[in-house]
Design a protein around this ligand. Structure first.
Ligand SMILES: Cc1ncc(COP(=O)(O)O)c(C=O)c1O
Length: 476
């Protein structure tokens, strides 16, 4: 064995130098992001055409890579971190979160087992217990009792894990053992996020066995229709097993009547999952905690700090009231992962709480965000976003040319010009082509509807005011 004669790694000194340059690049980007067209205007293939056909045989300078961020990457970026980004739901960020993610990458740990980095597991468990108190969630979701929380990559994964836990509970572990889901049926509403249907496809439940329950005039699930569907399926010999209720639907932030839905689930022995992907963050503010009424009856719950709580993607907090049900569904222990800590039963191995084996130290960014802002700091910004959205709601209500398309309880306003679908479609295309802001659309009551969601970290009153002025001007 010869000694190393050649080494292409970045030295600690080079890392320091280029690390500073990379952080500077991000800080400069944040200083100018407001001036960039929010929605990327490149054509398909345009970014790829700027890349060399073959990879470099010899390493390049870091300087050249940073320069290509401006030359190649930025034109193909839709600026989610622009204060003029009002599309979809936010995916906001913050300094402490970005820096924690950098440190997470630097540590480069795999937190699949407690043993493979005890801090990764214990900080996650502890911070997720904090979040229960921060949002006023039920104590049964805390790790001290039968429940507990885990960070998933996304709300989609949380729904999938909830569905799998429910499937195994309903089948007594038979599906994991022998396959075939029998006659299991899941329920959601017509407004539920598509990830629930996808989860049913992945879990072998099948799309046809997901009932989309009708909604009321406020786009919230109708409990009576849920009950009828369950009873109909029971009478037909099927096995209802899972309901997903939503707090803050993707289209319009409708809030399903969780207390009534929970009562039906209890009566029929169904697993209730509550998806509060974006809206859950609002519960930081005690005056908005009403959105979580009934969640104390849920078997599982999730929300995404990576949407509205200043924590970089990916970070979804997923809670279960009975962690054993989750672990029963997802645990499998090959010989090479056996270790004494696991065998004592005194530690959490989060690999048993998720689909993949490996996992990043995602709790670090959530911990840093909570410590940097403090609960009051987070509340301040969430309240401000809600206040700005409510101001926009009032302007829309007062304008004879526009109408609200749905209740706007939080930070999303759904509205339309009274001129009809074609006018609204043209309006959206024109606004987004201007580069000054980015809005998206939905269909409510089968009518084309504009959505404006206030949630990017840096959005202030002047951005919402400018957006509304631009919308009115574009409408003529
Ligand atoms: C209510 C709701 N659930 C789930 C999702 C999916 O989120 P994720 O990207 O974390 O899977 C979304 C996305 O916007 C959502 O609005």
């Amino acid at each position: 064995m010869t000694e190393e004669l050649e080494n292409h790694h970045m030295t600690p000194e080079e890392f320091r130098r280029w690390g500073r340059a990379a952080v500077d690049w991000v800080a400069d980007y944040y200083e100018r992001v407001e001036s960039l067209p929010v929605l990327s205007t490149v054509q398909p293939g345009e970014i790829r055409a700027r890349l060399p056909a073959a990879p470099p045989l010899q390493g390049e300078s870091f300087e050249a890579m940073l320069a290509d961020l401006d030359r190649i990457v930025l034109p193909g970026i839709t600026h989610w971190q622009s204060p003029n980004f009002f599309a979809f739901f936010p995916a906001n960020t913050s300094g402490p979160s970005i820096l924690a993610d950098l440190i997470c990458a630097g540590l480069g740990v795999q937190g699949m087992l407690w043993l493979t980095s005890p801090a990764c597991t214990e900080i996650e468990t502890h911070v997720l217990d904090w979040v229960v108190d921060m949002l006023g969630l039920p104590a049964r979701f805390k790790s001290g009792g039968a429940g507990g929380g885990v960070i998933q990559d996304s709300a989609s994964s949380a729904s999938l894990c909830a569905l799998l836990a429910a499937r195994e509970r309903a089948s007594g572990g038979a599906v994991n053992a022998r396959g075939g889901t029998g006659r299991l049926v899941a329920y959601c509403s017509t407004q539920t996020h598509s990830s629930v249907q996808k989860a049913a496809m992945i879990a072998g439940i099948g799309r046809d066995n997901v009932r989309a329950i009708e909604v009321d005039a406020a786009f919230a699930m109708r409990p009576a229709a849920l009950r009828e569907a369950i009873e109909r399926d029971r009478a037909a010999g099927l096995t209802p097993f899972f309901v997903c209720a939503t707090v803050g639907t993707t289209s319009s932030t409708a809030i399903d009547p969780v207390p009534e839905v929970a009562a039906i689930c209890r009566e029929h022995g169904l697993w209730l999952h509550v998806d509060a992907a974006m809206a859950g963050t609002a519960a930081l503010c005690p005056e908005l905690r009403y959105i979580h009424a009934g969640v104390d009856q849920a078997d599982s719950y999730c929300f995404n700090p990576h949407k509205w709580m200043f924590t970089n993607f990916d970070c979804d907090c997923f809670y279960v009231a009975d962690r054993q049900a989750l672990v029963n569904a997802l645990s499998i222990l090959p010989e090479y992962l056996r270790n004494t800590a696991t065998e004592t039963g005194t530690v959490i191995d989060y690999r048993d709480w998720q689909v993949p084996l490996g996992r990043r130290f995602r709790a670090l960014k959530l911990w840093f965000v909570i410590r940097w802002y403090g609960v009051e700091g987070l509340r301040h910004h969430v309240r401000r976003h809600v206040e700005l959205a409510q101001q926009l709601r009032v302007w829309i209500e007062q304008d004879p040319d526009f109408e609200l398309a749905a209740p706007a309880p939080l930070n999303l306003v759904c509205f339309r010009h009274r001129g009809g679908d074609a006018v609204n479609e043209r309006l959206l295309a024109e606004l987004n082509a201007s580069g000054a802001l980015y809005l998206t659309h939905t269909r409510l009551d089968d009518r084309y509807t504009l959505r404006l969601c206030v949630g990017q970290s840096q959005t202030e009153a002047r951005h919402v005011r400018a957006a509304w002025e631009r919308i009115r001007t574009a409408a003529g």
